[in-house]
Design a protein around this ligand. Structure first.
Ligand code: CU
Length: 387
């Protein structure tokens, strides 16, 4: 009996020992956020590579490009589209609908002018008593019906295509609308989460707080943490909201999907060109509705995998991020973007930037101090200020 107890006790100790050894590995990422721990435990700190899409000083490497993914002064028509559905819709609008309604409008206007001049009282003192003409009535009923049917066929086809479920292997992005910022999750990639707040202008923030620069994007569209999606891979977009109805809309993707509390809406799209694309909340959601922009970086699959690794996540089917896997994922990018030690980026004059090296980790939600807008706790204060 004593022997049995000894064996059980030994087994228990062995298990406890395993746990104690495993613990530092699983908590390595958060531990790296504090400089002291990072200094004493350099090995875990190296496990998460630097964000491949940020420069060492935290500025984004992908810069906004005029006419692409953002509004342009004096531009007529729809933004350049980078998804198949978007291009189909743009073509349908520009090549078919606009010419068609132009011809119809001019035809009706011409008929009106002709009737006003040709049949005016001075020119036509004795009006015709004709009450109906069967042939003309059939024509002016049938022709509009045929035109509407001709428009309906591609319209409904496009509508169906927009709500086609994403195929297997799609990258899932869950966007949650909050008053007044967006939070994102990548549930298939280790639960990587990002909180995106609008960057305010230099004069609108207290000294030392990060503000918008031209590298971030246009005024009212730039955000502190951009989300990243791969090019050429179907994206499954899920939207919901934490408080009131919002709408996740990026014009260049031809995407506008309501985000409704208590519901999850779904659509899918595939980005075909790398770049930086901006959007905005498109459902009137309160005082700061106009100040919850969206910024998406579309990058290669390799860069996306490196970014996911930098955020502490993992690609589906890949092994859990270890030092070896992470290094393999980032490759040259990690080598050229040295990790920022500790929790602070170099404080150059100008904007303060979020820590982005080895410590910009699993959950960006945890760093509200770098945001102009804030995590829910400070939301009320911002609401009271009304700016
Ligand atoms: Cu909103």
């Amino acid at each position: 009996m004593t022997g049995l107890k000894t064996i059980i006790a030994a087994a228990g100790l062995a298990l406890a020992g395993t746990g104690a050894i495993a613990a530092p590995a699983t908590t390595a990422a958060p531990a790296a956020a504090t400089p002291a721990t990072a200094a004493t435990a350099p090995a875990p700190a190296a496990a998460t590579p630097a964000d491949p899409l940020l420069a060492a000083d935290g500025t984004p490497l992908i810069k906004p490009v005029q006419h692409v993914g953002q509004p342009t002064d004096g531009w007529m028509g729809i933004q350049t589209q980078v998804t198949k559905n978007g291009e189909t819709a743009r073509h349908f609008h520009d090549v078919w609908l606009v010419p068609l309604i132009t011809v119809i409008s001019l035809l009706v206007l011409g008929l009106l002018i002709y009737a006003m001049i040709r049949f005016r009282a001075a020119r036509n003192p004795t009006p015709s008593k004709t009450s109906h003409n069967t042939a003309i009535e059939v024509i002016w009923t049938l022709v509009p019906v045929l035109i509407l049917v001709a428009i309906a066929v591609p319209s409904i086809r496009l509508l169906a295509a927009q709500f086609k479920p994403a195929p297997a292997g799609a990258v899932t992005l869950k966007a949650t609308g909050n008053q007044w910022y967006w939070t994102y999750e990548y549930p298939d990639h280790g639960g990587v989460a990002v909180t995106a707040n609008m960057l305010k202008e230099k004069g609108e923030v207290p000294a030392g707080t990060r503000f918008r620069t031209d590298a971030d994007g246009p005024r009212l569209l730039a955000v502190d943490n951009r989300i990243v999606l791969p090019v050429g891979v179907p994206i499954r977009l899920l939207t919901t909201a934490a408080d009131v109805i919002h709408s996740w809309a990026v014009p260049a993707f031809w995407i506008k999907l309501d985000a409704i509390p208590g519901r999850i809406n779904e659509t899918s799209f595939t980005i075909e060109k790398p770049g930086l694309y901006f959007g905005q909340c498109s459902e009137l959601c309160g005082a700061r509705h106009a100040y919850m922009p969206i910024a998406v970086e579309a990058v290669s699959k390799e860069q996306f995998a490196a970014w996911i690794a930098a955020k502490g996540g993992k690609m589906p089917g890949a092994a859990a991020p270890t030092t070896t896997a992470a290094t393999a994922n980032t490759g040259a990018a990690a080598a050229t973007a040295p990790a920022v030690p500790g929790g602070t980026a170099p404080a150059a004059e100008g904007p303060t930037v979020p820590a982005n090296g080895s410590d910009a980790l699993v959950n960006v939600t945890e760093t509200p101090a770098t945001s102009n807008q804030a995590a829910p706790a400070t939301k009320a204060a911002f609401g009271a200020r009304g700016n």
